[in-house]
Design a binder for this molecule. Structure first.
Ligand SMILES: NC(=O)c1ccc[n+]([C@@H]2O[C@H](COP(=O)([O-])OP(=O)(O)OC[C@H]3O[C@@H](n4cnc5c(N)ncnc54)[C@H](OP(=O)(O)O)[C@@H]3O)[C@@H](O)[C@H]2O)c1
Length: 444
């Protein structure tokens, strides 16, 4: 019986899930591999004496990377240490040793994807990364295989479970953001250092993994407009609801033919849009493509076992490739057609503005005037009662589609008005779902 030996880099949350899933499902895995088995031969960690989340033979645990990289029996290396530089070095070394690699590391792929995929292609080894976006949701496979025959025009996702949990909580319970974040940290839904999640960078890394698969080109986080959740107040959820929206942490990438836009920000989306009902820690990716139209992929985006499902499924695929001598596969399709990435100022959107002003005559006309000078027209506007100080009021408006640079220019001047008493809160609105849902005509 053939054994496929695996070197595991990391035995934290996901690494432990992988050990457990391989043990729990050993029989079905053997069946799926026609009798071959997948066996972990060595596990790299930082601290060998640490208490582990799963029972594991202590003899497998090592601090020596070379005991994995130099072992000719090990054909697949699974990178689950996280971070960038050390992971990059280990993955490159594994590839250089002719080993196939499975990783869950979106930060690594976002920063060094081109280098790693080029190295893998050159050495004719597999590099799989299903768990890097959407945890257990098989979105990478769907894009790489299921939609390979179609042309994708737009991808919109909720890909950071922590942010989605925080915004869902704030929708349900009108409490300040910092309070909700502290509660999420207490419950284990947010890391003690939650800045990667809350400030949008984890989602931006994932968008950088999705874009090459969708559009054939590489992007980097510097190409992406990234805004996090800080500054959103309970009142924004109330107004969003009043205008028929919910607030969700979206990643958006859209192909404009000659150029591509990529952005990450909390977004007002219509209550009827499918992504509006993706709540708590769940993830979903909504894809628009020419022939299929709209499709959505939904499930648990993180956690020990959901993420392990994606990692072990990659392990099985690489194992099958090994058994059928078809490793290396066709090129990844990166840099199919180089495309210009739109600068932040070029992006277009509808906007939500919450402006705290002195409650005095003429202020609304000033606001409308400054927006009008930039060619921005107001769609809806409400001015709600006086604040407790008795002098200021809250003006909330939505606009029609405007260009980001025009909105930022107007915003700068609005914030300088003597009647404006606090920085204006700007959120973007996405309300174009299903715009090409019926393209293609006939229904079956
Ligand atoms: N957690 C999730 O739900 C999730 C979901 C999707 C993707 N991911 C990705 O999966 C990867 C792993 O995440 P995780 O949550 O499992 O992380 P984790 O719990 O922090 O585990 C990291 C593991 O890597 C080991 N490690 C870290 N740096 C090392 C180094 N320099 N040398 C040797 N070993 C090192 C640690 O060793 P010690 O145990 O000895 O400290 C630990 O076992 C990350 O790339 C993450 O982004 C995670």
């Amino acid at each position: 019986m053939r054994k496929i030996a695996v070197g595991l880099l990391g035995l934290g949350n996901v690494g432990s899930g992988v050990v457990k899933l391989l043990a729990d499902n050993a029989d079905s895995i053997r069946e799926r591999l026609g009798g071959a088995s997948v066996e972990i031969r060595r596990i790299l960690v930082r601290e060998t004496e640490k208490q582990r989340l799963v029972d594991v033979d202590r003899k497998l645990i090592t601090k020596s990377a070379s005991s994995i990289l130099d072992d000719p029996e090990i054909s697949i290396v699974v990178e689950l240490i996280g971070g960038e530089e050390k992971a990059r070095q280990l993955v490159l070394d594994a590839i250089a040793h002719g080993k196939h690699v499975v990783t869950a590391n979106k930060a690594l792929l976002a920063a060094h994807g081109d280098e790693l995929f080029a190295a893998a292609e050159k050495k004719n080894v597999d590099l799989y990364y299903e768990a890097s976006v959407g945890g257990g949701v098989p979105i990478i496979r769907a894009l790489r295989e299921g939609l390979a025959s179609d042309r994708i025009t737009e991808v919109i996702g909720i890909v950071n479970g922590t942010s989605n949990f925080l915004l869902t909580k704030m929708t349900d319970e009108p409490q300040p953001f910092e309070q909700i974040l502290a509660e999420a940290q207490r419950l284990g839904y947010a890391e003690a250092d939650s800045s990667l999640d809350v400030d949008g960078w984890d989602a931006a890394h994932k968008l950088c993994v999705l874009v090459p698969l969708c559009f054939g080109i590489s992007i980097h986080t510097k190409d992406v407009l990234v805004e996090g959740l800080r500054g959103i107040e309970p009142i924004d959820f109330r107004y969003a609801e009043r205008f028929g929206f919910v607030i969700k942490p979206l990643v958006i990438a859209k192909d404009h033919g000659d150029s591509l836009e990529a952005r990450v920000h909390p977004t007002l989306i219509p209550r009827r849009f499918m992504l509006a009902s993706v709540n708590d820690v769940y993830n979903a990716v909504y894809v628009s493509s020419h022939a299929l139209g709209q499709s959505m992929y939904y499930g648990r985006g993180a956690g020990m076992m959901p993420t392990a499902v994606a990692v072990v499924s990659d392990l099985l695929e690489v194992s099958r490739n090994l058994l059928s001598s078809s490793v290396g596969g066709p090129p990844t399709g990166r840099v199919r057609t180089p495309k210009r990435i739109r600068a932040a100022g070029e992006l277009e959107s509808r906007y939500y503005l919450r402006i705290n002003v002195l409650d005095q005559p003429g202020v609304l006309a000033q606001l409308a005037g400054l927006l009008g000078e930039q060619g921005i027209s107001i769609s809806e506007m409400v001015q709600e009662g006086q604040r407790t100080d008795g002098k200021s009021a809250c003006v909330v408006m939505t606009t029609h589609i405007a260009r980001e640079e025009n909105m930022q220019a107007a915003l700068m001047r609005i914030n300088l008005l003597p009647a404006v008493v606090a920085p204006t809160r700007l959120l973007r609105i996405f309300d174009r779902p299903g715009e090409n849902a019926t393209r293609g005509g006939k229904t079956a």
